[in-house]
Ligand binder design. Structure first.
Ligand code: NDP
Ligand code: 2IT
Length: 449
């Protein structure tokens, strides 16, 4: 199967899934041409079909005693190199297409980490925004009352993603432990005093900045003094800004789904602490930032525009899209380049549309695709699993050093693979081929299962 038709015919409505599959199919064509075995083994047909999809009802009761019903999923995509591993997303937009695209990306991302993890993803169309802690707890308990029978520390190990952070992982773990009657590393992103790993909250953002630093190093440059556009204001965006500050760069923006903040003077440590308080403790909106820092500008989202002014109106050298999928369209990509951006490191999963990626590559932007650049999060999840199995906790420096080494290795692997296949500097080709070969070779070793 060298064409997306097989997938579009079978599931015509799964737009995001088609987008993710198309990118991989295009990249791996030369590998299929060189290895007839892969076509003989129908490897593409097998790799695009989830090993298992679980879909279930989540009934829960709100504080006014009204009953609600959400829909939830777990996509167990591929277990060729380890137990299914990947986050849970709670967001009203969640559907099968979005979770299949995320699970598919996760398979190759996890392979790039060099840790033994297969790929999966799950979640629900539940919206935690505006819900009380008790409502979130009741939802998580009902969600886990079904999910627990499908997961396990050697079977499928979920973690966080959009809308699922330390609070949700706590409630989910509590219910799993009660139902399964076992205390095991069945979820990652746990709090520190009951099995979590140091650096896991920081890992995705830190990793994305380490990846950008590696890309710059390939041109003998550093992040020092660079102005950086960041989108999102959640887990990934916050720790991206923290590591940028550590490395002498200047974050100048962050956003949520209602709009973005541009702070010309730069977001320093004190301002970042305020953002963390605003988002993590107060669970507020980014617009509230200007109440404390009136010199900054808040730009509300304008659905009428065909571009996002965040990517157009502000001079910068680097961009760290860290909110959600398809937040950079083709026009945004061109606007970024026109504004001086030549480094893009994707903290989010698939934040750039296909045409946007082509524009970045044609313009020789140092472009780190999500499955490579944001692999730091799941890498430290893998390290959390190792620590749980050993019943040990590694110190912060050890986990951070391992994370740095993993990001360096992923960068090197992408560079070398891209070069080997005649696309030097193309991290998309590098990441897709390196992840793909590792997974499909394992599938072939294990027979037709
Ligand atoms: P959070 O829930 O902590 O934050 C999500 C951020 O993105 C919020 O600022 C949110 O704004 C914004 N956002 C969400 N949906 C939309 C939307 N439809 N339009 C505009 N903005 C939106 O999630 P994370 O920081 O964990 O995740 C951010 C991205 O990083 C996602 O793409 C995720 O898949 C990816 N990622 C996360 C990893 C992790 O370890 N957490 C690992 C690797 C990738 P609002 O509050 O308004 O919804
Ligand atoms: O997209 C991702 O890699 C994540 N949301 C993290 C997955 C994980 O298992 O830590």
């Amino acid at each position: 199967m060298d064409s997306i038709k097989f997938v579009t015919d079978r599931d015509p409505d799964e737009r995001e899934f088609h987008q993710a599959v198309t990118e991989v199919i295009e990249s791996v064509k030369p590998v299929l041409d060189q290895n007839p075995l892969y076509r003989n083994e129908s490897i593409m047909e097998r790799i695009v079909e989830p090993e298992r999809v679980i879909m279930f009802r989540v009934p829960w009761v709100d504080d006014q005693k009204k009953v609600h019903v959400n829909r939830a999923f777990r996509i167990e995509m591929n277990s060729a190199i380890g137990p299914y591993k990947g986050g849970l997303r709670f967001h009203p937009s969640v559907n099968l297409s979005i979770l299949k695209f995320l699970a598919f990306e996760q398979v190759f991302k996890n392979a790039l980490t060099s840790l033994p993890m297969g790929g999966g993803k799950g979640g629900s169309d539940f919206d935690p925004k505006g819900k009380s802690d008790m409502e979130v707890m009741r939802f998580c308990q009902s969600f886990m009352a079904e999910l627990y029978r499908h997961i396990g520390p050697n079977t499928d190990v979920p973690a966080g993603d959009i809308g699922v952070g330390a609070r949700e992982i706590g409630y989910l773990f509590g219910m799993y432990k009660k139902l399964a009657n076992e205390f095991t590393g069945v979820l990652t992103g746990k709090s520190l005093n009951w099995g979590g790993s140091l650096i896991r909250p920081e890992a995705t953002g830190y990793g994305s900045v380490y990846f950008a630093a590696e890309m710059l190093a390939s041109r003998n440059e550093t992040l020092e003094g660079k102005r950086c556009l960041v989108s999102g204001s959640g887990n990934v965006a916050q720790f991206t800004m923290e590591k940028l500050l550590d490395l002498g760069a200047t974050p100048i923006s962050f956003s949520d789904s209602s709009g973005y903040i541009y702070d010309e003077a730069g977001i320093d440590r004190e301002k970042l602490d305020h953002v963390m308080y605003l988002k993590n403790i107060q669970r507020g909106r980014v617009s509230e930032y200007v109440e404390t820092y009136p010199e900054a500008v808040y730009v509300p989202q304008n659905q009428e525009l065909d571009h996002n002014p965040l990517w157009k109106d502000h001079k910068a050298e680097c961009a760290f899209p860290s909110a959600t999928q398809n937040e950079i369209n083709a026009r945004d990509a061109q606007n970024l380049i026109d504004n001086g951006v030549y480094v893009v490191s994707e903290g989010a999963n698939m934040p750039t549309v296909h045409q946007g990626i082509e524009i970045f590559l044609d313009n020789k932007v140092l472009y780190g695709p999500g499955k490579a650049a944001n692999a730091g999060g799941v890498s430290v999840s893998g390290l959390e699993m190792s620590q749980n199995s050993m019943r040990l906790n590694w110190p912060k420096e050890e986990v951070d050093n391992r994370l740095k080494t993993i990001m360096k290795n992923i960068h090197r692997m992408c560079m070398e693979t891209a070069e080997q296949y005649g696309s030097p500097g193309n991290y998309v080709v590098g990441a897709n081929i390196a992840g793909f070969v590792k997974v499909v070779d394992a599938m072939i070793d294990q027979g037709v299962v």
